[in-house]
Design a binder for this molecule. Structure first.
Ligand SMILES: C[S@@+](CC[C@H](N)C(=O)[O-])C[C@H]1O[C@@H](n2cnc3c(N)ncnc32)[C@H](O)[C@@H]1O
Length: 223
């Protein structure tokens, strides 16, 4: 059973410092990378952003006019409140803020998963993907931005990345914000769940990737 509420409470604890900490460690590189990845998505009718944190990614998607309507699902009440505060009253008319997928209305044609699958063990990722796929249109496009387990980088960079990941997991696991202490193989679970990778952009020699996926059953029917 996926522990969405527990994880959300973990992120409530760090909601005020989360963005600042990310900026200290990564500067603006992730923001720029993510904005580029969003601008390469097709314009959609209804996008689900799941685990968007304090709403930076929502602003990027609105700036890019990526979708006519957005559902913004955040497990952390504090992160959800911060996201709501960031958006203008006019833009709010095309966003539904929710804390459970059961509150969503209609089907999604795009799903954005930014640094959220890394919070979970592979069984939970499978279960979360199942819940999402059940609420998707045929040919739904997925954008997954996250840390990658397998990539090529010089030995020292790889050691440094592994150390940073280890530290991040120690911290987030101890405050209840992750189910696991190790980075899951996200690509493997996405493929297992029937998604097909269409393209990929990478940052830091592939340590972070932004990959676009499609649900394979639909792909096969279309080809
Ligand atoms: C590592 S943070 C990333 C936040 C943001 N995407 C960013 O990159 O700054 C993960 C976020 O996903 C949210 N989250 C975790 N599990 C979730 C779930 N099952 N449904 C919705 N949100 C979830 C957490 O509350 C947290 O805000």
């Amino acid at each position: 059973m996926i522990e969405t509420k527990k994880i959300g409470k973990g992120y409530d604890r760090v909601s005020r410092i989360y963005d600042r900490t990310v900026n200290v460690v990564f500067g603006k590189s992730i923001d720029v990378f993510q904005a580029k990845s969003i601008s390469s998505l097709n314009r959609s009718k209804h996008t689900l952003i799941l685990g968007g944190g304090s709403g930076r990614i929502l602003l990027q998607a609105l700036d890019a006019n990526q979708s006519a309507f957005f559902t913004y699902f955040e497990a952390s009440q504090n992160m959800l409140d911060l996201s709501r505060q960031r958006v203008s009253e006019t833009e709010k008319s095309r966003i539904r803020f929710i804390q459970s997928l059961d509150e969503s209305i209609g089907n999604f044609d795009t799903v954005i998963l930014p640094f959220v699958l890394d919070c979970y063990r592979k069984e939970s990722i499978k279960s979360l993907l199942e819940q999402i796929i059940n609420r998707c249109e045929a040919d739904c496009e997925f954008l997954v931005v996250d840390f990658s387990k397998s990539y090529d980088a010089p030995f020292l960079s790889k050691r440094l990345h592994s150390f940073l990941i280890w530290m991040l997991y120690q911290f987030f696991f101890n405050i209840g914000a992750t189910e696991t202490k190790t980075l899951p193989n996200i690509d493997a679970v996405l493929s297992f769940s029937g998604l097909q990778k269409k393209s990929e952009k990478v940052l830091y020699s592939g340590w972070i990737s932004a990959s676009q996926w499609r649900y394979a059953e639909t792909m096969m029917a279309a080809e």
